[in-house]
Design a protein around this ligand. Structure first.
Ligand SMILES: Cc1cc2nc3c(=O)[nH]c(=O)nc-3n(C[C@H](O)[C@H](O)[C@H](O)COP(=O)(O)OP(=O)(O)OC[C@H]3O[C@@H](n4cnc5c(N)ncnc54)[C@H](O)[C@@H]3O)c2cc1C
Length: 472
């Protein structure tokens, strides 16, 4: 199937946010030699939250942020805008971290949405934060198990309030679809306008005294005391360095062995508030289905519908190429998802499509570290769930740069052992095989067919090898 529109950047979110801001000129690129106490690379949520936390906690420090394009150019300006902590992933956290640590992380994550709310309110910023929870729906019998796991995990730790089961009728009362079989409601979920959020963070960083250089790609890092960051027209020396380049870290050694990149793509419809009213989806819930390469969907303030598919191509060796911005097949899958999951919106024209890379870690959780023997700190591995968790990530990275041992650096995101992935080319080839097998299984299951044996065998591969990546 061909998509009805070609994937193209910038995203509608970033375009809309830049328009609302009056198309400001990018911050001046770095020219010549400069110095700072802390240098941050990457102007997405992670880099910007880190910069803000540092300016708040140590106002005496000179903080400089280098961004290759403009703030919000990366996934922070392109995502679905789902904001949540970790209650919705409790079922996978429990075997990974054990109950105590899993609960600590889930509780820490509860602070994210109120934290963004308080920050935006204090600054008088409307980032379209809507706290309406997140709904997981089952759209095929094989997806029922994902719902059951989420409900059982919350019950097992005495927090059934964090994953409330919904019958088919209860789901239909929130959003009508002939394929939704039941659901789970996670109250710890919200949506934002990703573009407005990242640009509001940029403004806040500038006002807080962060020195920002846009259109300044860091081409080389020379670790030392101080470290030196090389860029096309200047260098920056800094005692502390924070690398917040997300999928860009996949090719960088200390992180590379734990990370791989997948593509995620979305389609966005024209405004259709009347069709949303017809299917009763007016409560503003963010929705995901029970697939592993999930569909994620939400409505916007002006009644558009965004449908995303996490089924994009797998990268090779950390290269960020056209696979992550031009993949028509994934756009077509997102559009097919829109038509299958929400047939009541059939009259809605798709106006835009875009994609970006997802930095997937071996256990699907982000990790934050200091490279041993250096003052270079880094964090990545959000695995497609970084909008909320980057709020935690910025706090952790600020603590690492300040040399603090505190509530942030003691979170499992900074302390757990992160499993390794196989090296290339096995990672690309094996990952590609598993991805294709899982997709074939999920598509067959949605059609009510038994998946072919080869697909089942491929999908079971990671489990047989004791790996988390692609496990279903
Ligand atoms: C299509 C899509 C949908 C998504 N939907 C959701 C969602 O609904 N909810 C959710 O939680 N997560 C979602 N995600 C993931 C989420 O967007 C990311 O986890 C999050 O934005 C990560 O923020 P970041 O600041 O770490 O990285 P980024 O936003 O990628 O920022 C990194 C920045 O570093 C810059 N950079 C890279 N290399 C260099 C260099 N050498 N020098 C200088 N600068 C450099 C880049 O230009 C970029 O601006 C989605 C992602 C995609 C692609």
């Amino acid at each position: 199937m061909n998509p009805s529109v070609e994937p193209a950047l910038p995203s509608w979110w970033l375009e809309h946010a830049l328009e609302a801001e009056g198309h400001p000129a990018p911050a001046a690129a770095l020219e010549g030699d400069a110095s700072a106490d802390v240098a941050i690379v990457g102007g997405g949520y992670t880099g910007l939250w880190t910069a803000l936390a540092l300016r708040e906690r140590a106002p005496e420090l000179r903080v400089a942020l280098l961004e290759a394009e403009i703030c919000g150019h990366g996934p922070s300006g392109r995502n679905g805008g789902f904001v949540h902590g970790y209650w919705a992933s409790l079922a996978s956290l429990l075997p990974l971290l054990g109950e105590e640590e899993a609960l600590r992380l889930a509780r820490a994550g509860e602070a994210i949405v109120p934290g963004i709310r308080a920050w935006a309110q204090e600054r008088g910023e409307d980032v379209w934060l809507r706290e309406r929870g997140m709904l997981m729906v089952s759209a095929a019998p094989a997806q029922d198990a994902a719902l059951e796991r989420a409900i059982a995990a919350a019950e097992a730790v005495g927090r059934p309030d964090q994953a409330r089961p919904l019958t088919r009728e209860e789901v239909a009362a929130r959003v009508a679809s002939p394929v939704f079989r039941g659901g789970v409601f996670f109250p710890d979920g919200a949506t934002v306008h990703p573009g407005l959020l990242v640009r509001a963070l940029r403004r806040a960083a500038l006002e807080a005294g962060v020195t920002l250089h846009e259109r300044t790609p860091v081409t080389r890092l020379r670790e030392g005391s101080p470290s030196v960051l090389e860029t096309p027209r200047g260098t920056l020396r800094a005692r502390e360095v924070v690398l917040a380049t997300n999928a860009g870290l996949t090719g960088w050694r200390p992180a590379a062995r734990h990370l791989t990149n997948f593509g995620s793509y979305v389609v966005l419809t024209e405004p259709v508030p009347e069709l949303l009213a017809e299917i009763g989806w007016t409560g503003g819930e963010a929705i995901v289905d029970g697939r592993m390469f999930l569909h994620y969907f939400r409505a916007t303030e002006d009644g558009r519908v965004l449908m995303g598919s996490g089924s994009g191509p797998i990268g090779f060796g950390g290269r960020l190429d056209a696979r992550f911005s031009r993949d028509r097949a994934t756009v077509a899958r997102a559009e097919a998802g829109l038509r299958r999951l929400l047939p009541g919106l059939d009259g809605a024209r798709v106006e835009r499509a875009w994609g970006g890379p997802i930095d997937v870690s071996a256990d699907h959780l982000p990790f934050f570290r200091t490279k041993p023997g250096t003052r270079v700190h880094y964090g990545a591995g959000y695995s497609g769930h970084g909008v909320g968790p980057s709020w935690l990530g910025g706090r952790i990275l600020a603590s690492l740069a300040l040399g603090a041992d505190d509530e942030w650096t003691r979170l499992p995101l900074a302390t757990r052992r992160v499993p390794r992935l196989p090296g290339e080319p096995l990672r690309r080839l094996g990952g590609g095989l598993v991805r294709a097998s899982i997709m074939a299984c999920e598509e067959a299951e949605e059609r009510g067919r038994r998946p072919p044996l080869a697909a089942r065998a491929g999908a079971a591969l990671p489990r047989l090898l004791g790996m988390e990546l692609g496990t279903r």
